[in-house]
Design a protein around this ligand. Structure first.
Ligand code: SF4
Length: 288
């Protein structure tokens, strides 16, 4: 197996008795009781033979800088995974702590949406002393909405996905912690649901800076014109989503939370500075 030259996608190896295993998420090893050996280094080819690990480096690897995808830590990876020696759960706790440091808010309840934001919401709750609450009941059998192919399907997916607990939320001041905003559809529908049941104040805190550019490395996010933060400031997004406040974690705090220097991360969808050259007129295709 081979890990890409920039280490953008994770890959690790483990051993279970005499069997070597490779996976992008280390949780796969936990499930079968395999012992993590190490991450595969960017540009490394691993070949298992005769109960030995043979490692070869691609020559050009030395000239390619690391660009680990920040979104793995923020959203994609399971919280119980370890990527490049960083515990994803700890990174997300750090994000929640930093959100409180940057945006302390007076509220009655802290809620995560979606599940990937649970550790950040727990950390915000611990730091602020505001109770962590389950005010939104999720249907766990519906997939991630931002990668659904049409606007209509995404709107329906939100309704299928979440049901608010009126008894927990009516007349309350609520802080919602989300990992990111892509198009804003999920957030808009969610906030309408909360307004309809009489939530008093809705504050939305985002665990990464605004997504202002597409991903060209395999994440079907959206074309640039579909990203809400491209032509809307935080204030405009707040108005559009009918929020009482909206704030994004700063880039410096995100990088600090991950614990890898900015030079070794891909932050392309946040900064529009990509680790590789991007061909002009390249469009991201939605899957039909
Ligand atoms: S552009 Fe964004 S989603 Fe794509 S690899 Fe880079 S950080 Fe990850």
């Amino acid at each position: 197996m081979f890990r890409d030259l920039a280490g953008m996608k994770p890959l690790a190896i483990a051993k279970n008795n005499d069997l070597f295993i490779a996976a992008s998420e280390t949780v796969a090893f936990d499930v079968i009781g395999a012992k993590l050996i190490r991450d595969v280094v960017p540009g490394e080819i691993i070949h298992f033979k005769d109960n030995k690990i043979n490692s070869y480096m691609i020559d050009v690897a030395n000239s390619t800088k690391n660009a680990h995808c920040m979104f793995e830590y923020v959203y994609f990876a399971r919280p119980d995974s370890i990527i490049d020696n960083r515990k994803v759960y700890q990174v997300r706790l750090n994000i929640g702590k930093s959100l409180f440091k940057e945006f302390p808010i007076d509220a009655d309840i802290i809620m995560p949406i979606p599940d990937s934001s649970i550790p950040a919401a727990i950390a915000y709750s611990r730091a602020s002393g505001i109770p962590y609450g389950e005010g939104l009941i999720k249907n766990r059998y519906v997939g991630r909405t931002f990668i659904m192919p049409t606007q209509e399907k995404r709107e329906l997916a939100v309704k299928l996905k979440i049901n608010p607990l009126v008894s927990e939320l009516k007349d309350k001041k609520v802080v919602i912690i989300d990992d990111s905003i892509v198009r804003g559809t999920t957030s808009k529908n969610l906030i309408s649901l909360l307004r309809d049941i009489g939530v008093k104040k809705i504050h939305l805190l985002i665990g990464c800076p605004p997504v202002i550019a597409p991903c060209y490395y395999g994440v079907t996010m959206a074309n640039k014109e579909d990203l809400i933060a491209v032509d809307h400031s935080a204030k405009q997004v707040k108005t559009k989503l009918e929020l009482d406040s909206l704030a994004y974690l700063s880039l410096d705090s995100l990088v600090e939370a991950i614990g890898i220097s900015a030079e070794d991360l891909c932050l392309g969808c946040l900064t529009e500075e990509y680790p590789t050259e991007i061909p002009t007129n390249l469009k991201i295709k939605n899957i039909k």
